[in-house]
Design a protein around this ligand. Structure first.
Ligand SMILES: Cc1cc2nc3c(=O)[nH]c(=O)nc-3n(C[C@H](O)[C@H](O)[C@H](O)COP(=O)(O)O)c2cc1C
Length: 211
């Protein structure tokens, strides 16, 4: 359903603006339909083209599918996020790779020496990886929706605990857990509807100044 007609400035049809933003909702619970690795791969093949600083691409994805891995993930979720994560067709731990600089010779060959400079600057790498992984996480939400999927992003979890468990000995650091499904559905026993009532958004005048 189109909330609005698309303003003529948009270069995408109103249905696309609805699919990825205006009608799309944050989803707590899903019908049982499977979300395949191939679907996520197709989404990655598109969203990887979104810009990041120095073309660093620090986003990493852990697709949590097996019952064992799901149990481990759920133990790190905040209480209010446990049941939704338990019931989701797929959960993706979205992470930032502290060692993103290792790929810079391939990703940013025009910046000779960037890898070596960053190798000695862990605090800078921490900030850059987190900032740019969050940016890519936004692209990922839009990409998943463009593939007709529904997403419930969550930061309510014990990130150090999750990292020590699922990312032990690696340079990956969790930033968001995203539950993903094919269709929203109210689930018995979850205690929350598939989506909460839609809340207001700020207007252009609230967020923008022209100087
Ligand atoms: C980065 C991020 C973290 C979030 N963390 C949680 C969370 O831990 N638990 C939860 O129930 N919802 C969480 N949300 C959902 C937001 O509350 C929701 O996306 C927002 O209210 C907009 O809802 P709507 O898309 O249905 O309009 C999170 C969303 C984002 C983008």
């Amino acid at each position: 359903m189109s909330i609005d007609t698309a303003p003529s400035e948009l270069r995408v049809p109103a249905e696309i603006a609805d699919l990825v933003f205006r009608s799309a909702r944050t989803v707590n619970s899903f019908a049982d339909g499977e979300v395949t690795d191939e679907q996520v791969r197709a989404v990655w093949d598109v969203v990887r083209w979104g810009p990041t600083a120095m073309n660093t691409l620090p986003l990493r994805l852990l697709l949590v599918r097996s019952p064992e891995a799901r149990e481990r993930l759920v133990t790190h979720m905040a209480d209010g996020n446990k049941a939704k994560t338990q019931l989701a067709p797929l959960s993706i731990v979205v992470a930032a790779d502290l060692d993103f600089h290792e790929h810079l010779p391939r990703l940013a060959p025009h910046m000779a020496g960037a890898r070596d400079t960053l190798a000695g600057a862990e605090e800078v790498r921490e900030r850059m990886s987190r900032d740019n992984a969050f940016l890519q996480a936004g692209y990922l939400v839009v990409g998943l929706r463009a593939a007709g999927l529904h997403v419930g992003p969550m930061t309510g979890f014990d990130a150090p605990g999750l990292d020590a468990d699922l990312f032990a000995g690696t340079s990956w650091r969790s930033i968001i857990v995203m539950n993903v499904g094919t269709e929203p559905a109210d689930r018995e026993g979850l205690g929350v509807p598939a989506s909460h009532p839609r809340q207001a958004r700020l207007d252009f005048e609230d967020v923008a100044r022209t100087v």
